[in-house]
Write a protein that binds this ligand. Structure first.
Ligand SMILES: NC(=O)c1ccc[n+]([C@@H]2O[C@H](COP(=O)([O-])OP(=O)(O)OC[C@H]3O[C@@H](n4cnc5c(N)ncnc54)[C@H](OP(=O)(O)O)[C@@H]3O)[C@@H](O)[C@H]2O)c1
Length: 249
């Protein structure tokens, strides 16, 4: 049995990841604010084990308790051979020059894109320390960490932060007992709610909006399903974690 903990499974890439993992040999633990009925139905049809946790990752101090419940449940699984954490939940906004950004949104952006995955990873490593099974963490980052555009300072900063975090933890895990493999991954440009959000930004706030609209019109966005397939191939590959930053899928 392989256990997968995935954040941001109510739609987009996270939903596609969970969908592809819902098979009898896996146990899938999903986290998002809204529940995903489609996944619940699919899990039941396929006889796959799905546990859905509706949780707002802005509640940072509750993550310890959440992970205690999830990891506690995973430890009871029979024939456990691997545990994976995919930090996929993310938010784009605020998309505007920094002086116009609402303080609450700046806090939320860094919380969801950086602090929550840091805490989830920390608890994951701590709570599975004694388990001598295959353990991997994938942080879904973004090319925006490196390719900077005006109006995306919060998102780019948080994603650059998660890249540094993955690199640091990778170093720590080199000599750890029952070590965890970790990497930050840039998934490309995918046709999800997040891209629709970029396209709906005003040109005044985001001067590059027309380029994003054109890319979608020209069919240059990947599907969430195709992206999820590639992310899982990478996660399960033999060389996973050798490099803590994967810029191209
Ligand atoms: N789409 C792209 O082109 C693209 C490019 C590069 C990187 N990425 C990265 O890929 C990941 C997935 O993005 P996506 O495009 O699939 O985005 P999406 O369609 O907007 O989905 C985001 C997911 O994150 C969850 N989420 C957001 N805030 C949350 C919160 N406070 N607590 C718990 N869950 C929360 C959402 O669930 P709820 O709203 O139900 O909570 C949703 O399931 C993100 O990390 C994003 O930065 C995307």
């Amino acid at each position: 049995m392989k256990a997968y903990i995935i954040t941001g499974t109510s739609r987009g890439i996270g939903e596609a990841l969970a969908e592809q993992l819902l098979m009898s040999e896996n146990s899938v633990y999903c986290i998002s604010r809204s529940v995903n009925d489609k996944l619940e139905e699919l899990g039941a049809t396929r006889g796959a084990k799905l546990s859905y946790y509706t949780y707002d990752l802005n509640e940072l101090t509750g993550i310890d308790h959440l992970m205690k419940k999830i990891v506690g449940s995973i430890k009871l699984e029979e024939d456990l051979e691997a545990i994976y954490l995919i930090n996929n939940a993310g938010m784009l906004s605020p998309v505007m020059p920094i002086e116009q950004c609402d303080t609450e949104l700046i806090i939320q952006n860094v919380t969801i894109n950086l602090l929550a995955p840091m805490i989830l990873t920390s608890r994951f490593i701590e709570m599975t320390k004694e388990l001598a099974v295959d353990k991997r963490v994938m942080n879904v980052s973004s090319g925006s960490a490196k390719f900077l555009l005006p109006a995306q300072s919060c998102y780019s900063t948080a994603k650059a932060g998660i890249d540094s975090f993955s690199k640091s933890v990778h170093l720590e895990q080199q000599h750890a007992l029952n070590s965890v493999k970790i990497a930050s991954v840039y998934p490309g440009m995918i046709d999800t709610h997040m891209q629709a959000e970029i396209r709906s930004t005003s040109k005044e706030n985001f001067p590059y909006v027309d380029q994003f609209i054109k890319m979608a019109q020209d069919g240059l966005l990947q599907t969430p399903e195709n992206t999820a397939t590639k992310l899982l191939e990478l996660l399960l590959s033999e060389h996973y974690g050798q490099s803590p930053l994967v810029e191209q899928l």
